[in-house]
Design a protein around this ligand. Sequence first.
Ligand SMILES: *[C@@H]1O[C@H](CO)[C@@H](O)[C@H](O)[C@H]1NC(C)=O
Ligand SMILES: *[C@@H]1O[C@H](CO)[C@@H](O)[C@H](O)[C@H]1NC(C)=O
Ligand SMILES: *[C@@H]1O[C@H](CO)[C@@H](O)[C@H](O)[C@H]1NC(C)=O
Ligand SMILES: *[C@@H]1O[C@H](CO)[C@@H](O)[C@H](O)[C@H]1NC(C)=O
Ligand SMILES: *[C@@H]1O[C@H](CO)[C@@H](O)[C@H](O)[C@H]1NC(C)=O
Ligand SMILES: *[C@@H]1O[C@H](CO)[C@@H](O)[C@H](O)[C@H]1NC(C)=O
Ligand SMILES: *[C@@H]1O[C@H](CO)[C@@H](O)[C@H](O)[C@H]1NC(C)=O
Length: 631
Amino acid sequence: MPSIATLALASLLAVQGASTSIHQGLALEKYIKTERAIALQGVLDNIGPNGAKVPGAGRGLVIASPSKVNPDYFYSWTRDAALTFKTIIDDFLFGNRALQPYIEDYIHSQAILQTVSNPSGTLLPNGAGLGEPKFTVNGSRFNGNWGRPQRDGPPLRAVALIQYSNYLISQGKRDRVKTEIWPVIANDLSYVGQYWNSTGFDLWEEVSGSSFFTTQNQYRSLVEGAALAKTIGVSCTGCSQAPQVLCFLQSYWNGKSITANFITGSHNRGGVDANTILGPIALFDAHAPCDSPTLQPCHPRSLANFKVFVDTFRNSTLYPINAGISQAKGIALGRYPEDTYYNGNPWYLITLGAAEFLYDAIASWDKSGSLTIDATSLPFFKDLYPLAREGTFTWYHPSYYLLQRLVRSYADSFVAIAQKHTPPNGMLAEQFLKSAPFTPTSAANLTWSFASFVSMTHRRDGHFPPSWVPRTGPLKPVVPSVCTPGGSVQGTYAPATAAGAPNVTAPCLSTVRFVLNATTYYGENVYVTGDGPTLGGWDLATAYPLLSSNYTAERPLWWADVPLDMPAGSATGKSVVTYKYARQQDCGRDWIVEEVERTVEVPACRTDGSGEVMAETDDAFVGEGGKPGGC
Ligand SMILES: *[C@@H]1O[C@H](CO)[C@@H](O)[C@H](O)[C@H]1NC(C)=O
Ligand SMILES: *[C@@H]1O[C@H](CO)[C@@H](O)[C@H](O)[C@H]1NC(C)=O
Ligand SMILES: *[C@@H]1O[C@H](CO)[C@@H](O)[C@H](O)[C@H]1NC(C)=O
Ligand SMILES: *[C@@H]1O[C@H](CO)[C@@H](O)[C@H](O)[C@H]1NC(C)=O
Ligand SMILES: *[C@@H]1O[C@H](CO)[C@@H](O)[C@H](O)[C@H]1NC(C)=O
Ligand SMILES: *[C@@H]1O[C@H](CO)[C@@H](O)[C@H](O)[C@H]1NC(C)=O
Ligand SMILES: *[C@@H]1O[C@H](CO)[C@@H](O)[C@H](O)[C@H]1NC(C)=O
């Protein structure tokens, strides 16, 4: 029998192809060094107020992409911004002190954004407005039709701010954290504690239900939040929910892989989705044990799921771009196999995220000094090393070294895919075509793509974020024996005025159910426009979208329960609201607006945030119908 060391060498040579690997390796190192600088600048160019590519963006607001048409990503998303700042804060902690002003601007911008009333609701009295996914580039509300609420924004923002707060505390700035930053974090943690067990839209903004990525980050935020609260001597509303969130997190494992979403209503999804790769890298802690129920990248279930996810895209009918690539090599990765958005192409941030996932796993093994292969993770390892077997290998064992090298070279091969599809100017779009010519597509200069590149290089270079998974004590992750449904703690919410938030009070709301008969074609949308901020003050760009969820051929019904934010003085008696309906035509054509002016009488408004319907209309559209534009 050959010794394990001989096998190691033979296998390395077989996998890499000895003569080309050195050349390719050098080219990859050079690409990473050059692209890293471009990517960091790409991120900063998309942040207001001085970002070169986003004139008009507010201070501290991260714009998803400068692209304003096909697609229009010229908005600030809470999730993208938080993930971006998580990486910026990492880079700052690893020594890039020039980034501090950006972080300070971010804190300020988010304190204000928390108070902006929006179609998901308001900060006061119940925090519902924190679930709003996106805002305009100057931080004003976005009223358009959208998948809302999205419950990953608040926990991700809390995680980023907690990381920076812990740094400030290490610099003796505990009081500043307590008075200025904690109030922002506390709102987000209250939101997590109150709504983690309610449905919401996933990170791709497409399906409503529960999402692995969201649950995983919710858990992290509550644990870290509880630790920070203890350090600064305050209480954390909502953090007590952490064990139940952890319990729920375990239920996404289906015996073979992680089911990415529990979806409400009918759908065609098989459950394989990149959110199960992006979740583990967002909560990576190099010091957490690999069997931690937080589901780190090195967890056997995460590795098994990684293989299932990646193998789905090895199908060359689905992804011609991956034809002919061997099982031990990285490929181009997309969101989920049923994806039709832009025809369902590979994404840079997912392909790079897969590399980051593997660098994370290696770091965990290196920190603990051993690597365990069990029946669940064996298929993952066998792809890289057919002779792999179950067992625990300590760092001085030749198998440890062999496997570690193979996983690293596997990770590098995902980066090489991104390299192959990076244009000469280094700009990273959202996607690249799955079929020839494999060129970039969808939003250009996507902030999240650039941030994912920077984050990948951190892990590859051995720079790891501070540890957050407690090893002992009451916050140590322990899965409760029974998961209890209906988990929720009423949050406490207040504007973070010390960080610059306006001192808002609970709005006075009169909720009206707008009910309209309007026969429409597929692609046409209907809005209500009218008096006051909720109906957009007669500006069609900020009109309120109606739902077609109950539309049938027999009853062409459009409707919405609209919580009208009423002016002061409406609390004591009835008032009249003026409105009309507007049809938004497809293909970017002009709107069709009703010529009648309608009124509805509403009872005195309420500040308890109940959202109870107080008046209902019964309308039929007046004016011409729309016709498809045929684009
Ligand atoms: C993306 O960045 C490149 C390089 O700076 C620039 O030429 C291009 O116009 C940008 N695209 C958008 C949509 O801003
Ligand atoms: C902010 O942007 C919105 C939508 O683009 C616009 O209607 C509004 O006037 C802007 N507000 C300010 C203060 O610039
Ligand atoms: C709420 O939690 C229970 C128990 O973990 C779980 O069965 C249920 O699916 C959860 N629902 C949502 C919407 O999170
Ligand atoms: C490969 O992808 C095609 C196209 O999406 C699909 O019809 C087929 O079922 C896939 N094959 C396997 C083995 O999953
Ligand atoms: C905010 O307003 C409330 C009353 O609505 C007041 O009690 C509180 O002191 C104000 N806070 C600040 C910082 O001005
Ligand atoms: C639409 O359907 C939902 C769910 O069945 C129902 O709760 C709601 O009242 C309906 N809306 C109208 C205007 O009938
Ligand atoms: C809307 O359509 C329903 C069902 O056809 C009908 O009963 C109702 O009277 C219509 N409403 C108006 C205002 O025309």
